[in-house]
Write a protein that binds this ligand. Structure first.
Ligand SMILES: [Fe+2]
Length: 159
């Protein structure tokens, strides 16, 4: 086998084994059934007007002004789930992250002890350069130890 082909297939094999190991690792440590399909992609609302119970409890809920002034700080709150997701030793939210468009802006890591509720507030400042079309998309992501990576987005007008 040519060296380049070997390295490419080894990298792909390692990546997919890592994703599968993550899902099955969770199942090994916790006596619950884990759907490995949830760990293969970024999960989003399939039909935002008819969310499934899993979507309702895992999609980040972004609270932010729909219109902001360039250069002025504003608060973006991200809560996990319409009713906040549980936090305990066998099932918890590992982190909440905020992207400004494709650019990672920040992330809050949480432990399973249950001291924290899965809700975070970020103070954000956007410039006109951040919004060449007058809008910026805020992307919030979270990772649940049993249900994988979830994402929601919200457009903010920058004036
Ligand atoms: Fe979960």
């Amino acid at each position: 086998m040519e060296r380049r082909v070997f390295l490419k297939s080894a990298a792909i094999g390692t990546l997919s084994a890592g994703i599968a190991a993550s899902a099955f690792g969770a199942e090994r440590h916790y006596p619950v059934k884990v759907d490995p399909g949830l760990f293969e992609t970024i999960n989003r609302a399939k039909d935002p007007s008819h969310k499934t119970p899993l979507e309702m409890s895992h999609l980040p809920v972004i609270t932010a002004p729909s219109k902001v002034k360039a250069g002025e700080p504003f608060t973006v709150e991200v809560g996990i789930g319409e009713k906040l997701h549980p936090m305990g030793p066998s099932h918890w939210i590992e982190y909440i992250a905020l992207n400004i468009g494709n650019e990672p802006a920040g992330r809050i890591d949480m432990q399973s002890k249950g001291y924290l509720k899965p809700k975070a507030a970020f103070t954000v400042v956007l410039t006109k350069e951040d919004a060449p079309n007058g809008k910026v998309t805020l992307i919030a992501r979270q990772r649940c130890n049993l249900h994988g990576l979830w994402e929601s987005g919200m457009d903010v007008e920058v004036a």
